[in-house]
Design a protein around this ligand. Structure first.
Ligand code: NAD
Length: 317
């Protein structure tokens, strides 16, 4: 029998699929310092980001055949080494694209209508309704605005799909992608399906035309947006980063928000996680979430099912 350790858990849908195929799936968490004793009895280990699968642990597990990461980033797995040793390494890069794209728009809508601020202030016992109504009556709409999408891969294309459906002018930029066919399918009863070919523009065009700019690139070790870039952007631009901390330079962003150059920023990722810069988190023009881009019920179910499918296919079931 194939034995699987899902050390950081697995969605029940994925677990059921594996168990129905006759696999044993253990979900009791084994502490990191005891894994070297227990993991050798397993064929497959499934991790999220907490459990680390490093070289020395791989060396102690000659029976291990598959390392499966429920999610995208493989920072916690020595994946190159594992592949050299003949192990299969899986992740689930597509399962959460829709969830991340929707979170990017959650921040855009929040910032466009100042919902993040009014949420706080309406709660105060002495909130002055009329005054707040005045304060929050200067929001902007998304329809008709230019949306720059930096990184036109899986998530960027999902963002384009939503942006097009909202009536935005989408301007993706990506050095590796010239264009992509975006499918917009409406549900019953219309059953209408549209395919729109969207071409990318160069970075400077996207930067200088954006009313909203959203990042969907991998971590590239240096900021794409800093003081110089803010200076070239339209006044009152809204910036969203759900990709990786450090892509938008945080200190420069605080200054651009204070100076009024940037109207608002929506951030799911930070240079320092889990202790992000206080000046950002507490800034009234910032809408924040704690790195939850992939954390929806549907995305977690998709991740569990996609991993289960890949594991079953690997063993020929
Ligand atoms: P992807 O690989 O499908 O697409 C990334 C695209 O970025 C590629 O097409 C690549 O060519 C492009 N790119 C690289 N460097 C660029 C640059 N300098 N300028 C413009 N484009 C550039 O990746 P994806 O699945 O769309 O994921 C995008 C990002 O979202 C990743 O950083 C990923 O870590 C992040 N992510 C975040 C969460 C979250 O919880 N917030 C969840 C999943 C993924």
């Amino acid at each position: 029998m194939i034995k699987i350790l899902a050390n950081d858990g697995i969605h029940p849908d994925g677990k059921t699929l594996l168990e129905e195929a006759g696999y044993q799936v253990d979900t009791d968490k084994i502490p990191q310092d005891q894994l070297a004793d227990k993991l050798p009895e397993y064929d497959v280990v499934i991790v999220r980001s907490a459990t680390k699968i490093r070289k020395d642990l791989i060396d102690k597990c000659p029976n291990l055949k598959v390392i499966a990461r429920a999610g995208v980033g493989l920072d916690n797995v020595d994946h190159q080494y594992a592949k050299e040793k003949g192990l299969a390494v899986f992740n689930t890069p597509a399962a959460s694209s829709k969830a991340v794209a929707e979170l990017a728009f959650t921040h855009m809508f929040n910032l466009a209508r100042l919902v993040h601020q009014s949420n706080y202030q309406m709660r105060a016992a002495d909130a002055d309704f009329k005054q707040l109504k005045k304060n929050y009556s200067s929001g902007v709409q998304l329809r008709g605005k230019t949306l720059a999408i930096v990184g036109f891969g899986r998530i960027g294309q999902e963002v384009a799909r939503i942006g097009l459906a909202l009536g935005m002018r989408v301007m993706p930029t990506d050095p590796m992608v010239d264009s992509a066919d975006i499918d917009i399918t409406l549900y019953e009863p219309s059953n209408l399906s549209l395919k729109v070919t969207v071409e990318t523009v160069d970075w400077e065009d996207a930067l200088t035309h954006a009313d909203f700019i959203t990042f969907h690139v991998p971590g590239i070790g240096k900021p794409l947006l800093g003081k110089e870039e803010f200076a070239r952007m339209k006044n009152n631009v809204i910036i969203v980063n759900t990709a990786r901390g450090g892509i938008v330079e945080e200190q420069a962003l605080v200054e651009a928000l204070n100076e009024g150059q940037v109207a608002g920023a929506g951030l799911d990722v930070f240079e320092n996680e889990p202790t992000p810069l206080r000046a950002l988190v507490e800034h009234p023009k910032v809408s924040v979430t704690p790195h939850i881009g992939a954390s929806t019920v549907e995305a977690q179910a998709n991740i569990g099912l996609e991993l289960a499918d890949k594991i079953l296919a690997f063993f020929g079931d």
